[in-house]
Design a protein around this ligand. Structure first.
Ligand SMILES: [Zn+2]
Length: 253
């Protein structure tokens, strides 16, 4: 955890570099009220847009970036990963972002889905991926790694992958049609529970990057479950559609 006044963020020691800023926000430190209390960063939630704007400004100021300069994808639970070359770019139907340009914050919004931070520490590539069950089943994280190799000649030995706070298997019961997508996956991705299943999205993504060839020592799972910690996180599964959004932010300095 790292605090900026009332704003509290989750960070990973693995991504401590003088040339990199990264953070995953909690719900603490904003001005929104009720189910959006208080640091809701999502506009399409039913929250007062003026409060969301103030929350975004507050966060950006604390972390030392400008929200207007953030590159963002219009998230659709797909597999498209875009490369941001200019500040403020918005990419349609995009759930993953990469950049090699210092000063462009990459921002993605979350309320249970897995935030995946990707950093090539040698070539200095930064990325963020939004991976829910659809994105995980379609392996969007591998698309991001493939583009890092293709466009930036990244070596997987230099790539660091951090899986941030997301809904854990403790709170993620799923039905047959979702379970079918993961039926052939190994390990503890899918666990039988009564008449249904529990799904571990972070373990699924961890397996994907390890199988792709990222060394185990380069991969970190932050074990916080968004649904288990109502004081820290919004959770769509726990609270329904009337809830806020956290942000994952990564920027080369
Ligand atoms: Zn949980």
């Amino acid at each position: 955890m790292r605090s900026y006044g009332e704003i509290r963020t989750v960070i990973s020691p693995k991504l401590h570099f003088p040339w990199l800023m990264h953070a995953f926000t909690t719900r603490q430190g904003g001005v929104s009220e009720g189910p959006f209390a208080s640091l809701n960063l999502g506009l399409s939630t039913g929250d007062d847009p003026e409060k969301v704007r103030r929350n975004r400004e507050r966060l950006a100021q604390a972390l030392g970036f400008s929200w207007e300069e953030a590159a963002q994808g219009e998230q659709v639970h797909g597999t498209k990963v875009a490369v941001a070359n200019f500040p403020g770019e918005v990419f349609p139907a995009t759930d993953g972002l990469l950049t090699v340009v210092p000063g462009i914050p990459l921002v993605a919004l979350f309320a249970d889905c897995v935030p995946i931070f990707l950093v090539d520490k040698a070539k200095r590539v930064a990325g963020i991926v939004h991976s829910g069950w659809r994105g995980t089943a379609q392996k969007i994280v591998l698309e991001a790694l493939a583009l890092m190799q293709k466009y930036f000649s990244s070596s997987l030995n230099d790539c660091l992958v951090v899986l941030g706070p997301a809904i854990g298997p403790c709170c993620y019961l799923i039905g047959e049609e979702v379970a079918e997508q993961f039926a052939s996956w190994k390990g503890k991705v899918l666990v039988r529970e009564g008449g249904g299943w529990r799904l571990d999205l972070r373990e699924a993504n961890r397996q994907l990057v390890l199988e792709a060839g990222v060394p185990q020592a380069n991969v970190e799972v932050l074990p916080l479950c968004t649904s288990c910690h109502p004081e820290l996180f919004f959770s769509h599964r726990r609270d329904g559609s009337k809830t806020g959004r956290m942000a994952g932010v990564v920027m080369l300095k």
